[in-house]
Design a protein around this ligand. Structure first.
Ligand SMILES: [Zn+2]
Ligand SMILES: [Zn+2]
Ligand SMILES: [Zn+2]
Ligand SMILES: [Zn+2]
Length: 678
């Protein structure tokens, strides 16, 4: 690094402030948390804390790159209101504490014809609030974020009397309808205008027109919104555009029409409603060109200039005009986008940014070093349980080294060896969670293929890095090799938890382990470390040597050893008969099922009745218990027996796993072999 670039990078650091928001990362349009930086407050800049941000239909189009010019990450939002926290030395119009807003643009050239005419919205060099390129070549990030910084000339003052949440949409929707009404002289009392479409734009158009003393007719495709338009919004008339009679009666009656519909629709019948020299103003942007018969005047209009936006805002203050909104939390934004796509909103979503957008301060980020391949990964890949969503990134036996911790993380620091198992979240308040059994929480969030709190899909450990709330992170003992320790995070806890919970962990007890695979071989090791006598139960003699000599089991049976066992851990997921296993148990003995056969097994009830035997299931374990298990593994040097494979080999490994051809667990050498394809 040259001295020059070194200095630049230092200055770069000094001149930036950390920001936090929500961003779309790709064309899926899914919105997720995003850390970024904003410039330091410049001499002409106003910095403000964002309180609320409206969701404009444009945000949706940009998120999914409908217009082909979106660059990712995209932080949407251009209906932004908040409170000034800092002003630059040359700022004259604003002070800390002022209520302000930013709309569609954050800058323009300031010298072209449109700029001098206060129509910066048509300046060829206008810079969009979200997804635009700023002068320093950085991408502009919008209002789905904790704070904004913007030149004072592009800041709008919000009237004191207006509620900030319902005012936010005026900054785009409001100015979009207000500007053309003013510009085209459709603001004279006594005039008659039509408003096509009663959505985010249309309902505000009605309110402004009424405040201007104009007669308003709402034009809609169905009768459904008649009541709403007339009673609630105060429109004078309502026209169903599909009713030729109604349309005929209204022919030639309107001075102007604001068309807010962005779906393709016939324009001719609407034009017929206009008086001679009437004006049809298109503010919705249909995807495809509309057919335009040459006749009356058709004009387009896009938002408004800054001066005009301030005028609009002042008028709104005077007449108490705000949008009708649904206030939502930041967590709800993906669902809101889905609903917006179906026009299911009345009339604008506004995000309660200040109260609900919180940085995940308790997150731990770590570089993945190794990840075990669990049999569930195979089931999930093939959607055998019918719950998979694609793309699916499997892996829930994940170990690595911490690279970054959130500001409120207390238990971990950079460089720590950590792991994540099957869970990355739970409700935190139900009975199971309070008992430390998050694995049985009805709202538990699995490490992959599940919906996270923010509605994003969780991705597992077949990946370069993980980020997870510290409450779901396990500390790995220093003495264990990380590759062979990875399988403990699912296989280990799956067998450890029931041994503990069902009291099958007392030295001198005798337990059976059915099936000597990924789970079974770890069960033998833990049971021996607990001081138990262990009998491995298998369908064939082929694993006798392995069980006794390698894993340290005490006995190996194919069947007969009636009434000798206190408990059995049954790891087999193929369909099999339970009767012989129940026979091996002493009276009051416990058969714990941890393998999950696809079809129901036949349950012989007689042994349960006559000898009070019990059959029960168990699924992984809670976080506290998982930590205990890993600590015990550290103390006794328990790891899985693994085949370390490269990322390239994973499909072959899956095929072999399907045939149970693995001894006993595949672990992917993620850090050394998973490389992005150039
Ligand atoms: Zn907008
Ligand atoms: Zn300009
Ligand atoms: Zn697993
Ligand atoms: Zn819970």
């Amino acid at each position: 690094m040259t001295l020059f670039s070194y200095c630049l990078s230092i200055m770069g650091e000094v001149l930036k402030k950390e920001a936090y928001g929500l961003a779309v990362k790709d064309e899926s349009g899914v919105i997720s948390p995003f850390h970024f930086s904003r410039r330091e407050t410049g001499e002409n800049d106003v910095r403000f804390k964002v309180l609320f941000c409206g969701i404009c239909h444009t945000d949706l189009s940009m998120a999914i790159n409908e217009w082909g010019f979106t660059s990712y990450p995209l932080v949407p939002g251009h209906e932004i209101v908040g409170v000034v926290t800092e002003v630059g030395a040359k700022v004259t119009k604003f002070n800390a504490g002022d209520k302000v807003g930013v709309g569609y643009m954050v800058s323009s050239c300031g010298s072209c014809e449109t700029c001098t005419d206060d129509q910066e919205n048509y300046c060829p060099k206008m810079i969009l609030t979200s997804g635009g390129k700023y002068y320093d070549d950085t991408i502009t990030y919008g209002g789905y974020s904790d704070h904004m910084v913007c030149e004072e000339d592009y800041i709008i003052r919000i009237p004191e009397n207006l509620p900030l949440d319902a005012t936010a949409p005026l900054l785009c929707a409001g100015t979009t309808v207000y500007s053309p009404m003013k510009y085209h002289g459709l603001d004279k009392p006594g005039m008659h205008i039509g408003v096509v479409g009663l959505g985010g734009l249309g309902h505000v158009a009605v309110k402004f027109a009424k405040a201007m003393g104009i007669k308003v007719t709402v034009i809609s495709t169905s009768d459904r919104k008649r009541d709403e338009a007339l009673t609630r919004l105060g429109a004078d008339l309502f026209l169903v555009s599909r009713d030729p009679e109604q349309m005929k009666d209204a022919m030639g009656t309107m001075d102007g029409i604001i068309d807010t519909v962005s779906a393709t629709h016939p324009v001719l019948p609407i034009l017929d409603l206009l008086k001679y020299k009437g004006k049809l103003i298109m503010v919705g942007a249909p995807d495809k060109p509309l057919e335009l018969p040459g006749k009356k005047m058709v004009v387009g209009s896009m938002v408004g200039g800054i001066k005009e936006t301030q005028e609009m805002m002042d008028l709104a203050g005077k007449h108490n005009i705000t949008a009708d909104i649904e206030l939502i939390s930041a967590d709800y934004v993906n669902t809101a986008m889905e609903r917006l796509q179906k026009a299911d909103v009345r009339y604008r979503f506004v995000i309660d940014v200040a109260n609900t957008l919180k940085p995940r301060e308790k997150d731990v980020r770590f570089k993945v070093l190794f990840c075990g391949i669990c049999h569930s990964d195979l089931h999930m890949i093939k959607n055998e349980w019918g719950i998979s969503t694609y793309p699916l990134v499997p892996g829930h036996e994940i170990v690595g080294v911490v690279t970054e911790v959130g500001s409120k993380v207390t238990r971990f620091k950079t460089g720590d060896k950590v792991g994540v198992g099957c869970l990355v979240g739970s409700c935190g308040s139900c009975d199971s969670c309070t008992e430390g059994l998050e694995n049985y929480c009805p709202k538990s969030i699995q490490t992959y293929g599940f919906k996270y709190y923010d509605d994003t899909i969780t991705y597992g450990g077949y990946s370069d890095n993980m980020v997870c709330d510290e409450g779901f992170i396990i500390r790995m003992p220093d003495n264990l090799p990380l590759d062979a320790a990875a399988p403990l995070l699912c296989a280990g806890i799956t067998v450890y938890s029931p041994l503990k919970y069902h009291g099958l962990d007392k030295p001198g007890m005798h337990i059976g382990v059915v099936g000597l695979g990924g789970l079974g071989h770890v069960a033998v090791k833990f049971a021996k470390a607990m001081g138990l006598k262990v009998t491995v139960i298998s369908t064939s003699d082929s694993k006798r040597d392995e069980a006794i000599n390698r894993l340290g089991a005490d006995a190996f049976v194919i069947k007969d050893a009636m009434r000798t066992l206190d408990g059995i851990i049954n790891t087999v997921s193929a369909t099999h008969s339970l009767l012989p296993l129940l026979g091996l148990l002493k009276p009051k003995g416990k058969l714990v099922m941890v393998g999950a056969p696809e079809k129901p097994l036949e349950l012989p009830v007689m042994p349960l009745i006559f000898e009070r035997k019990m059959v029960m299931g168990s699924m992984i374990g809670g976080i506290k218990e998982t930590q205990e298990m890993v600590d015990m593994a550290g103390k006794h040097n328990i790891t899985a027996d693994i085949e370390l494979i490269s990322a390239d080999y994973v499909n072959t490994a899956m095929e072999r796993l399907e045939k149970a051809d693995v001894r006993y667990r595949f672990v992917i050498d993620v850090a050394n072999t998973l490389k992005p394809t150039p």
